[in-house]
Structure formats: C-alpha cells, structure tokens
Design a protein around this ligand. Structure first.
Ligand code: ADP
Ligand code: MN
Ligand code: MN
Ligand code: MN
Length: 336
C-alpha cells in the first residue's frame, strides 16, 4: 500500500537526433515535492552516452507531473543527465538553457511550439494504401471523415493525457499530409515549454504503443509532393507584447537574419529535405520574414502587425529539433 511508480524520462546521446528513454522506479511513498524523488542511475553505454568501461550516468529529477496512464499518485519524472561527479553531461542541453533563461529572465520570453508529427503503421504513414499513394494533398488539413484523417483516436487520447498530466497543450489539428498531425503547447517560459514538449513527445510515443502506431518526428517522412513536419516556434518578449512592440520585433528580424546559419545548425537534422522553398517553407540557406507569409522563414502574424505588438513565428525548426537548443539560441540572438 502506498507504493507508486515513477517513470524516469531522459534524453539520450544518439546523433544526429537524440531520442527519449525511460525506466520505472517503484517508490514507497507518494511524492509531494521534487525533493522526495531520489536521483537514479543508468547504463550510459547503452544510450550512446558513455563507453562500456565507465558507463554509469546520473539521472537528476528536474520536473514531475501526474502520470496520466497509471494510478493516482503515479508520476512521470523528467531528468537531466549528469556525470558521476555531478558535472553536466555533454548531451544535456537543458543545462545550457537553464543558464540562458537565467541570464535573460528580465526579458520575460514566452514560447509557443507547434509540434508536427507523422503516424506510421509498419513502413507507411497511417491510412496510406498498401500500394501507390493516397489522393494528392488538398483535402486533409483540418479534415473530417474516415477517408480524410487517420489516427484521430490516438490524437485525442494524447491530448487527453497531456491535459491530465497538467501540460499546457492548447490545441491539435490534422495536417496537410494524410497521417500527419500537430499539437501546440504554450505560451510558456523557455524551460517550461521545452520540458513540456519533451514530456508531450514521450506521451505521444507511449500512447502510440497502445494503438499499434508509431509517431515519427522526421522532417520529411515522404519524399515528393508531400508536406514535411516542422516545429514552428512562436516567440515574444515583454517588450514585443507591450504597446509599440513592433519596433522590437523588427529589431529581432535583423538579428535573426545575421545568425541564420547558426540557427539552422540547431533546428533539426535532415531539415534540408524539408526547407525547400515549397510546401509552405522558405529555402534553407536564405532568410526572409513577412506578415502573414507562410513561405517565409519567419512569419509575423496578421494580428501582431495590426496591433503593432505581439509575437513572431519562426517557421524554420524541424519537427525533430531539440527545444532546449532552439529556445536557447532564440533568446541568445534576440535578447543578446
Ligand atoms: P498557426 O497559425 O501558425 O498554425 P497555432 O495556432 O498552431 O499557429 O500556434 C500558435 C502558437 O503561438 C500557440 O502555441 C500559442 O500559444 C503561441 N503564442 C500565442 N501568443 C504568443 C506570444 N505572445 N508569444 C509566444 N507564443 C505565443
Ligand atoms: Mn499550427
Ligand atoms: Mn502546422
Ligand atoms: Mn505555424
């Protein structure tokens, strides 16, 4: 009696795209604060984070939420990876974001991330025919009907789980390519948004197990005339949200243009397959911003233009980006 399960979740060292890992610990008591959750260890040589001879790594709990899939009091525990001497492990990008968030905390940066993803069943996107292709894109985005959208029961189970876990999910929609979907989280500060995106990704994969479908964040899951998957990152600072904020948004555009290539480096692997200049993207090696422009690198929403304050949408990040890295570079470039 009284025992609970704590699912420890962390990010591994796989390249070029790190992957989520987790394992379960039984605790004797319900948890009332982060301090009640013990640190733990694992075999880093099995996660591309250590060599076999010196393989123990440390899991330090940094956030916990109710586990929406198990019993009352069970929890999901997001962890940072540390070396045995408690120094920051090279694969731990959260530690850097912690520093950046602290440095620029007076800017009160908010992020809203639109996480796109694609369901696969076996080796084809969910709902696609065994041979050939579905009808061309056009009718699927925000569609309804058994011939239009595939996997809604999974999407709804995921949104429900996110809510029960207390994540700040604000919406979902079917995407342009059949089998492709999106959820949005935010707006939140940098550490919260990035932590919640990773937890929501974990829940998506985990719930997929129940339905026999796998979600992938690969930025261009089907070559050809099919939309890729991104993670549009909406950003604002206190100054941008206040009257006259447009001035600061325009300043940000100049700064972003100068550091375009540095941003692309941390906006997800294989993003060149997605950022082609077609399918609502801008070419990967050019920077352009525009009002209401979904073919730009950065879009300024119509309402932001109209009110002269608000936020901008960085459309460049790929679905498989690490939100710790994306939030950090956005703050460094825009606030620095
Ligand atoms: P789109 O029109 O590009 O599909 P969505 O509605 O999918 O946009 O997502 C918009 C995201 O922008 C949401 O996550 C929302 O929380 C976020 N957002 C709204 N206002 C702000 C703001 N001031 N700063 C940062 N993010 C914001
Ligand atoms: Mn969206
Ligand atoms: Mn979208
Ligand atoms: Mn968008």
């Amino acid at each position: 009696m009284g025992k609970i399960t704590a699912e420890y979740i962390w990010i591994d060292g796989q390249k070029p795209t790190p992957k989520l890992r987790s394992k379960t610990k039984i605790l004797d008591h319900a948890v009332k604060s982060l301090g009640d959750i013990p640190e733990w260890g694992y075999d880093g040589s099995s996660t591309a984070q250590a060599t076999g001879h010196f393989s123990d790594l440390l899991l330090r709990p940094v956030k916990y939420v109710p586990d929406p899939l198990h019993r009352e009091n069970d929890i999901l525990v997001l962890c940072e990876v540390l070396n045995p001497d408690t120094s920051v492990h090279w694969s731990n990008n959260r530690a850097h974001l912690r520093q950046v968030a602290e440095k620029f905390k007076d800017e009160e940066a908010w992020f809203g991330i639109e996480q796109e993803y694609t369901f696969f069943e076996g080796n084809k996107p969910l709902g696609w025919p065994d041979k050939g292709f579905p009808a061309p894109q056009g009718g699927y985005y925000c569609g309804v009907g058994n011939d239009e959208v595939f996997g809604r029961e999974v999407v709804e189970a995921h949104a429900d789980a996110c809510l029960r876990a207390g994540l700040h999910i604000v919406g979902t929609n079917a995407e342009v390519m059949p089998g492709q979907w999106e959820f949005q989280i935010g707006a939140l500060g940098p550490l919260d948004i990035a932590d919640e995106i990773w937890l929501a990704r974990w829940l998506l994969y985990r719930i997929g197990e129940e339905f026999g479908v796998a979600a992938t964040l690969y930025p261009k899951p089907v070559k050809g005339d099919w939309n890729g998957a991104g993670a549009h990152t909406n950003f604002s600072t206190k100054k941008m949200r206040a009257d006259g904020g447009m001035k600061y948004i325009e300043e940000a555009m100049k700064k972003l243009e100068k550091r375009h290539e540095d941003h692309i480096k941390v906006y997800g692997a294989h993003n060149e397959e997605r950022l082609t200049g077609h399918h609502e993207t801008a070419p990967i090696h050019s920077f352009r911003y525009g009002v209401s422009d979904r073919g730009a690198s950065v879009r300024i929403p119509m309402l932001t233009q109209k009110e002269g304050k608000g936020y901008f949408e960085d459309r460049r990040p790929a679905a498989n980006m690490d939100p710790y890295e994306v939030c950090a570079i956005l703050m460094e470039t825009v606030c620095g």
